[in-house]
Design a protein around this ligand. Structure first.
Ligand code: AR6
Length: 172
């Protein structure tokens, strides 16, 4: 049962011990507010130094770095879509973010991964729709990659946790 490998926690993602935590970054990969700011503050300046060499990142894509002062060994930086009402390929792009993060995790042999609710803060993606995409992609990745044994979906607030619980019950 892949769902047994999915964990929902209300927490600050910078405290999570995992092979990698995912950052909801912007195209510059040079830091920002929200979860991006928190990750850069907790990781320290080494992270920004490595990010400067990456040449940015397109929406829907992802890039991996070290975790520096974080408890996580790596950070996978992905750039979610900005919600524009739903007609701009936002759902596909958000799905691509999850797919690329899981691809990088598989390429690097990572066994545990923690995600924030990508795009649902400053980028305005509706939480319920984002939760369905996150759960669908996570189940797919767990089914495809037996080496992956723990995916933590980090909720910064109870509403996000409720959205994930609803999505998990939609298509068990
Ligand atoms: N741990 C876990 N989740 C968090 C944390 C945290 N420490 N802080 C916020 N969240 P956002 P986006 C949740 O705005 O919508 C940045 O400036 C938050 O409650 O961080 O993808 C970037 O540089 C929400 O549920 O990311 C970009 O410019 C989720 O993380 C832009 O924001 C995502 O909220 C990206 O916007």
């Amino acid at each position: 049962m892949v769902d047994e490998k999915i964990e929902l926690v209300v927490a600050d993602i910078t405290t999570i011990q995992a092979d990698a935590i995912v950052n909801a970054a912007n195209q510059s990969l040079l830091g920002g507010g929200g979860v991006d700011g928190a990750i850069h503050r907790a990781a320290g300046p080494g992270l920004l130094g490595e990010c400067r060499k990456l040449g940015g990142c397109a929406p829907g894509d992802a890039k991996i770095t070290g975790g520096y002062n974080l408890p996580a060994a790596h950070v996978i930086h992905t750039v979610g879509p900005v919600w524009q009402g739903g007609g701009g390929n936002e759902s596909e792009l958000l799905g691509d973010c999850y797919r690329r993060c899981f691809e990088l995790a598989a390429e690097h042999g990572l066994q545990s991964l923690a995600f924030p609710a990508i795009s649902t803060g400053a980028y305005g993606f509706p939480g319920d729709k984002a939760a369905v995409i996150a759960i669908t992609r996570t189940r797919q990745a767990l089914a495809d990659n037996p080496n992956l044994d723990r995916v933590v979906l980090v909720c910064f607030n109870p509403a996000t946790r409720q959205a994930y619980e609803k999505a998990l019950n939609l298509n068990p």
